[in-house]
Design a binder for this molecule. Structure first.
Ligand SMILES: [Fe+2]
Length: 156
């Protein structure tokens, strides 16, 4: 079952970011489907885990891209990301504590509306700054870790 659908109007002009957003749409749909079809807690919980992990990966990537492009409203954008990240973490914590009903219609509608609204307003406004940023293939795969903050690299 599908709660939301990718629209061409969601494109921010950066294929890597569009791809991330499509994956997030897909994960929200998977969570909706797991709930609607009454899947076991471990199934719903694992989709929730993947959604949280991918959200964090995507936000990090997007924030680094905005920084690379010199986007002037980066701080406010990061604040909005943090609020969503905290909210999804709180949902996951409640779910892990046994509150299965926390993944309900209201939460799914919230995720859908948040993602759609965020892409169409906040994300679309960074387009002129980021669409000309050129990234090496390795940077894309690794979420830009290779060049930016060598001290933060955790490959060792
Ligand atoms: Fe964003």
């Amino acid at each position: 079952m599908t709660l939301m659908q990718w629209q061409d109007s969601y494109s921010v002009g950066v294929p890597l970011i569009d791809s991330d957003h499509k994956i997030l749409v897909d994960l929200i749909n998977q969570l909706f489907d797991a709930k609607e079809t009454g899947q076991a807690s471990d199934v719903v919980g694992s989709v929730l885990n993947v959604l949280l992990e991918y959200t964090e990966t995507h936000f990090t990537r997007e924030e680094r891209l905005m920084a690379r492009g010199g986007y002037p409203d980066l701080d406010a954008h990061i604040v909005e990301h943090k609020a969503l990240r905290d909210k999804v973490r709180a949902i996951r914590t409640r779910f892990l504590q046994g509150e299965r009903s926390v993944v309900g219609d209201d939460v799914l509608e919230f995720l859908k509306d948040w993602l759609t609204g965020h892409i169409l307003t906040r994300d679309s406004s960074y387009r002129p700054w980021v669409e000309k940023v050129e990234l090496a293939a390795g940077e894309m795969l690794l979420g830009f870790d290779i060049d930016d903050d060598e001290e933060e690299d955790s490959f060792a």
